[in-house]
Write a protein that binds this ligand. Structure first.
Ligand code: NAD
Length: 328
């Protein structure tokens, strides 16, 4: 029977892990700690490992896996930029990710758009101290706007579907345009999207080609007062260039579920700690910047899919020698 070591297991995942282990007939051990050199011993004797994205699956960890006879790894995330895929392939370690319905992230994206357009952060903080004044809280309506969606894969496409109900004009950009999106949005060059959009939302993976795509040059191409939403990956944006833009009053608002160097900070209670990311601390204090702790994915439905998917993918690799979610 395949034995799986599950790292970074949150309390809310445990019941699904137990049910999935029973369903797919695997032995499972789990810990809340990330997979690292210090915690690797936990996986001794296992044939497969799963973790979330805070575990760096780098050369050192992959060498440890090879030496321990671990042949399969599955990240319980859609994104996989924390894994050195090339080196895993060299070592013959098989790598999978999971998939879950894109709706949760897409709905969250639209929520951040609406919160940004209606100055909800400021309204909420005022209400908390019994300040019910309206001054400065005038919002804007989506139906009068052009929304630019960068990346029209599963999530970007679903954002476009949801936006159909708002009556806004939708522009799209993707390195590989998708015919089924063309009915709902107009594909344009990236520069045109930057130039014409009132709201820009990012839905590309973090790749060499997308790293810091939001930078001084691209920000300069955007409209003054643009609303920028990022529910994809923090490193799509050069934070210091974004801060520069904020200080020059370029942005109408920002809705950021992710931020560069969030690892070790997000998903942990740091109430009594000093946050080690100065940019993050600085950027979040602006009244028109809404930041959340990388939680767009976090719905009951998605958690269940991530846990069941990881266990199934590892079982499939072991039992049948292949998985539809293998990342090569
Ligand atoms: P997907 O693979 O279905 O879609 C990604 C799209 O980006 C594809 O259409 C692809 O062609 C396009 N793309 C790739 N390179 C590009 C480039 N250089 N320029 C423009 N487009 C490019 O992925 P998805 O499921 O829609 O997820 C998108 C990203 O969202 C993930 O990679 C992940 O980083 C992020 N994500 C965040 C959360 C969260 O909780 N905040 C949750 C899930 C996913």
């Amino acid at each position: 029977m395949l034995k799986i070591a599950a790292f970074e297991v949150r309390k809310d995942e445990i019941k699904d892990f137990k049910k999935a282990a029973e369903k797919y007939n695997v032995e499972l051990i789990f810990t809340g700690k990330p997979l690292s050199v210090e915690t690797f011993d936990f996986a001794e004797g296992c044939g497969a490992v799963t973790s979330l994205g805070h575990s760096r699956i780098d050369r050192v960890i992959l060498n440890l896996m090879r030496d321990a006879g671990i042949r399969f790894y599955c990240t319980r995330t859609v994104g996989y930029n924390h894994i050195n895929l090339e080196y895993a392939r060299e070592l013959g370690i098989r790598i999978c990710n999971v998939s879950y319905p894109p709706n949760g992230v897409a709905e969250y994206t639209v929520m951040l758009m609406l919160m940004s357009l209606r100055k909800y952060k400021q309204a909420m903080f005022r209400g908390n101290v019994n300040d019910y004044s309206l001054e400065g809280l005038e919002g804007r309506e989506l139906r009068n706007m052009t929304v630019g969606v960068v990346g029209t894969g599963r999530i970007g496409r679903t954002v476009i579907e949801i936006l159909q109900g708002f009556g806004c004009r939708i522009l799209a950009y993707d390195a590989y345009p998708n015919g089924s999106v063309a009915d709902m949005a107009k594909y344009v060059e990236l520069d045109t999207l930057y130039d014409e959009s009132d709201v820009i939302t990012l839905h590309t993976p973090l790749l060499e080609s997308t790293y810091h795509m939001i930078n001084r040059e691209s920000i300069a191409k955007m409209k003054d007062g643009v609303v920028l939403i990022n529910c994809a990956r923090g490193s799509l944006m050069d934070v210091s260039d974004v801060i520069d833009g904020i200080e020059k009053q370029k942005f109408g608002a920002l809705g950021l579920d992710v931020i560069e160097h969030e690892d070790g900070i997000y998903h942990v209670n740091h109430t009594v700690d000093i946050i080690s990311n100065r940019d993050m601390a600085y950027i979040r204090q602006f009244p028109h910047v809404t930041m959340t702790q990388h939680m767009a994915f976090y719905t009951e439905e998605a958690v269940r899919s991530m846990v069941y998917g990881a266990v199934k993918n590892l079982r499939d690799l072991n039992k049948t020698g292949s998985s539809a979610f293998e990342l090569f």
